[in-house]
Structure formats: structure tokens, C-alpha cells
Design a protein around this ligand. Structure first.
Ligand code: SAM
Length: 228
């Protein structure tokens, strides 16, 4: 299973960015995933190749033009699911990531300025997805985050480095705490911190139960909304 990302952007050089490194970089070399960054400006005409214009109704900022985004979108052979990264979109959750990671192709539209003309979102059936309740200056970092979250779920990408079923959000909880050697660690303030005894017991059933309890505790404390 592999996934093709088609990225509609004014800044194609931002890709693959950090995804060209580490495990996602190796997966890219293996072609477990691939991408094409399509420069929306290439579809503009005239000396200035303008991609934006002033907003109807007035107000600050500029709006990306519908006609150019449509042309850029139609140039994609297999667009798959079309997503506009947007702060007003559906929140990107692990459940949505799992769904997206199992599709063969995704088209990711990265906005700039005040955003894009609503008409092309409607005409081309773009879904809107947000990476959180804050405003970025452009959709590219949001696209990279969405891509990262999908790529690491592709078979073979993470190797033995993770167990997706036990990670935060996979079962509706945050993850339990981790510890590694040494089992007694003296911090700079002189306090000695020990690894919980149960984790050294070798009793897998008890360790599992302890981890479940810790996951529940931390979720209740930090993200009670996940338990609703
Ligand atoms: N005027 C827009 C608003 O208030 O909703 C914000 C536009 S923002 C400055 C420019 C672009 O960054 C957006 O078109 C979108 O593609 C991207 N962006 C900003 N915040 C985002 C978020 N939380 N999730 C996904 N994309 C985001």
C-alpha cells in the first residue's frame, strides 16, 4: 500500500521538508509514499503572475483566486480525496488520519493570505481540515503535519519503533508514561528518581493493567474531553 500526495501550493520548495529525513525520508526513497508539489502560480498569466485579489465586501488582506486553483486541481491525474487545510475545518484527529492513510491519493490545498475563494472549494468539493485552534500563515506546515501523521501509519514505515495500537488516541486515551535505563536516576537537583517497580517485575499482565490505569489517570487529568 502506498500513498500519493498532490500538494497545491505557492511554495513548492517547502516539500518534502522534514519528511525527507529519518524514517519518512527512507519511506520516500522506497516509494512507500510519493508527492508532487504543484505551484499554483504556474497557472497564472501576465507579467506579474498574480494569484490573489482583493476581497469582495472589503477588509484586510488578499484572497487566492478560484480560477487558478481550479486549473491547478484539474491538472492532477488522480486527485483522490481533496482537502483544503483551513483553521475552520474539521479537526484532524487520529481517527481521521487512519482514514486518510488508507486512501491511495490525497490532494492538499495550502492557502495563503486570507484564504481562498469559497467558490472553488464548493465547485471542486474540497473538504476542510484543521490541525488545531490557531492560525498559521500558510497551509504548508499543516499539510506537512497531516502527511507525517499518515505516512507513519503506512505498513513498514515505522518498523519496530512503535505499536500504533497502544499510542495516544488509538483507544481514546493518552499514552501511559515510559521509562528506560538506568533504573535509578539522580537528577541535577540531587533527587533520585526510580522506575516504578511493577515495570521491572516481568509480570506482563500486571504491567498491562498498570499501563491502562496510568493511561486513564493521565487522560482524566489532561484531556477529560476524550473520555466523554
Ligand atoms: N483568514 C483565515 C481565517 O481566519 O480562518 C486564516 C488564513 S491563514 C492566515 C492562511 C492559510 O493558512 C489558510 O488559508 C490555511 O490554508 C492555512 N492555515 C492556517 N491555520 C491553519 C490551521 N489551524 N489548520 C490548517 N490550515 C491552516
Amino acid at each position: 500500500m502506498s500513498i500519493q500526495f498532490n500538494i497545491l501550493t505557492l511554495f513548492p520548495d517547502m516539500f518534502p521538508g522534514s519528511l525527507g529525513q529519518s524514517l519518512s525520508g527512507k519511506a520516500l526513497e522506497r516509494r512507500d509514499w510519493s508527492y508532487e508539489a504543484i505551484n499554483i502560480r504556474d497557472f497564472a498569466q501576465g507579467v506579474h503572475k498574480n494569484v490573489d485579489d482583493t476581497p469582495y465586501g472589503g477588509g484586510a488582506g488578499m484572497v487566492m483566486r478560484a480560477d487558478l486553483i481550479e486549473k491547478a486541481t484539474l491538472s492532477i491525474e488522480k486527485p483522490g480525496r481533496k482537502i483544503y487545510l483551513s483553521p475552520r475545518g474539521t479537526p484532524l484527529t487520529q481517527a481521521l488520519v487512519k482514514e486518510l492513510a488508507s486512501t491511495p491519493a490525497l490532494t492538499l490545498l495550502c492557502g495563503r493570505y486570507e484564504g481562498v475563494d469559497q467558490r472553488v472549494l464548493d465547485a471542486q468539493d474540497f473538504e476542510e481540515v484543521s490541525i488545531g485552534d490557531y492560525v498559521l500563515s500558510g497551509g504548508e506546515p499543516a499539510a506537512l503535519i497531516l502527511m507525517d501523521a499518515c505516512i507513519r501509519l503506512l505498513p513498514g514505515v515505522m518498523g519496530n519503533e512503535t505499536t500504533p495500537d497502544e499510542e495516544s488516541f488509538s483507544n481514546g486515551l493518552l499514552e501511559y508514561p515510559h521509562y528506560t535505563r538506568p533504573d535509578e536516576w539522580a537528577a541535577a537537583d540531587g533527587n533520585v528518581h526510580k522506575v516504578p517497580e511493577i515495570l521491572k517485575s516481568g509480570d506482563h499482565a500486571k504491567i498491562k493493567a498498570w499501563r491502562e490505569e496510568e493511561a486513564l489517570k493521565i487522560t482524566k487529568k489532561r484531556r477529560p474531553d476524550l473520555l466523554k
